[in-house]
Write a protein that binds this ligand. Structure first.
Ligand code: FAD
Length: 425
């Protein structure tokens, strides 16, 4: 990989330009490395921020399929073992009712549902494995400011005045993707009107590597188990309430969290900085256009409650890379003689990604609407749904299996598709 500090960028013509070197863009570039394709990644942040990103509060729950993909990319080996935490089981609670629904690893074929790794470490590892890759050019500290699609190639304008040309442009520039908008792709977005606060806390009571999703009345709380006696705490409230908690002293914050958890975790203590994320879900009407494709959050901007944003980002970049590299293989080996922006290939990618992600995206909207509605009829309904789901073994097994499978991304199933197959079979 050429460093971004080079005085002049010698190549302005690429096969593929990726906009955005977040975790999805970095992983996609790594998937293409070694194919013979000339790839450029354009990133607004400075390169040192990619090499050593700061802690951002996000702990990413990874499915077994995602870990399988990260292993293939070499990224998994770059994450320190002691920073990878087991997500053994998950418990979903409603209001004060117990026991809610438990998704147990023993309903599936593995000893844990998934893994928890901080977003900071995933980003660092994704950058580390890209360093040294030939034919990958990283253009940091500059933004893509314009795009002109064309029949043979597309042109991109950068904020430093440079122009790039590519046969395929892939936007991985976040759920608020400017490149997607510039291409005229409409997106349905849903502002949940809430903000999510995330941080790490130590607590007296053990977590037994069980994640909690607790839909309380007036608040949603989640607990993601990390090392012994430490968890990631995730609190969703209206923005002004979150602002108050962000500004509170550490002692006042800890006291407030003990109270919000009804003392279930004993004494609690803040161990990291606090981070707040306004919640907006985004789903574009299509994932591709002429010589253009979306990956990562730019393609599917999930609400974090179902913990699938980056899992879908990894899945999507793998589906697209397989299409692009499949053409490379079909062209007979090392030389890439066919077109990485081939319209039929892009159409297949869009169809497969939609099939894999749309049901869970819509289900997540429904879940958040129902479980943040505290009106009495909604309370009755939400409790009934959770209790029915908890006593429906096919659903629990489908969710467990969908989290634990690993293999071909085109066969990857989401909990909803898994349930459909479980009920059919
Ligand atoms: C609180 C929270 C918890 C989460 N938990 C989970 C979880 O448990 N499991 C899970 O799978 N997912 C989870 N996610 C989702 C996950 O964090 C995201 O899906 C993932 O980080 C998105 O990566 P990305 O590369 O697509 O986008 P981003 O990380 O948003 O990166 C986009 C990049 O594009 C760059 N960029 C933007 N515009 C331009 C431009 N014009 N030119 C050049 N560069 C540009 C930006 O600088 C940035 O580096 C969570 C998210 C949040 C907020």
């Amino acid at each position: 990989m050429r460093p971004s500090g080079a005085a002049a960028v010698p190549i302005v013509v690429f096969d593929i330009v990726i906009v955005g070197a977040g975790p999805a863009g970095l992983c996609f570039a790594r998937s293409l490395a070694g194919s013979g394709l000339e790839v450029a990644l354009v990133e607004a942040q400075a390169e040192p921020d990619l090499a050593d990103p700061p802690f951002d509060g996000r702990e990413i729950a990874l499915t077994h399929h995602s870990v399988h993909l990260l292993r293939q990319l070499g990224t998994w080996a770059q994450i320190p073992q002691q920073e990878i935490h087991a997500l053994r089981d998950a418990q979903v609670l409603d209001g004060t009712a117990l026991p809610g629904m438990r998704i147990d690893h023993s309903d599936g074929p593995r000893s844990q549902l998934g893994y928890l790794v901080s977003n900071q470490l995933i980003r660092r590892a994704a950058y580390a494995v890209l360093r040294g890759q030939e034919r990958v050019t990283l253009l940091c500290g500059r933004r893509v400011t314009g795009i002109e699609p064309g029949a043979e190639h597309s042109r991109l304008r950068l904020s430093d005045g440079q122009s790039l040309q590519a046969r395929l442009v892939v936007a991985a520039d976040s759920r608020f993707s400017e490149t997607r908008r510039a291409m005229g792709i409409p997106a349905d977005s849903h502002d949940f009107g809430k903000t999510m606060l995330v941080c790490r806390m130590r607590h007296d009571q053990p977590h037994h590597q069980v994640a909690w999703e607790w839909f309380g009345y007036g608040q949603t709380l989640a607990l993601l188990p990390l090392g012994d006696g430490e968890s990631s705490v995730v609190l969703t409230l209206p923005h002004t309430d979150i602002q108050g908690l962000m500004a509170a002293t550490e002692a006042d914050f800890a006291a407030a969290m003990e109270q919000r958890f009804h003392g279930r975790l004993g004494r609690m203590q803040l161990t990291t900085t606090r981070h707040a994320y306004p919640l907006v879900g985004v789903y574009p009407r299509r994932f591709t256009a002429q010589r253009f494709a979306l990956v990562g959050d730019a393609a599917v901007g999930m609400h974090p409650v179902t913990a699938h944003g980056f899992n879908f980002g990894l899945l999507g970049q793998d589906l697209l890379a397989r299409e692009v590299l499949g053409l490379a293989a079909a062209s007979g080996g090392t030389g890439y003689t066919r077109d990485p922006g081939d319209a039929r290939m892009l159409a297949r990618y869009g169809r497969d990604l939609r099939r894999a992600t749309r049901p869970l995206y819509l289900a997540t909207l429904l879940i958040t609407r129902l479980y943040t509605n505290d009106a009495p009829p909604a309370r009755l309904l939400r409790r009934a749904v959770l209790s029915a789901a908890g006593s429906l073994p096919p659903l629990r097994r489908a969710v467990a299996h969908s989290l634990m499978q690993a293999g071909d991304s085109r066969q990857a199933t989401t909990p909803l598709r898994g349930l459909f197959h479980a009920l059919r079979g």
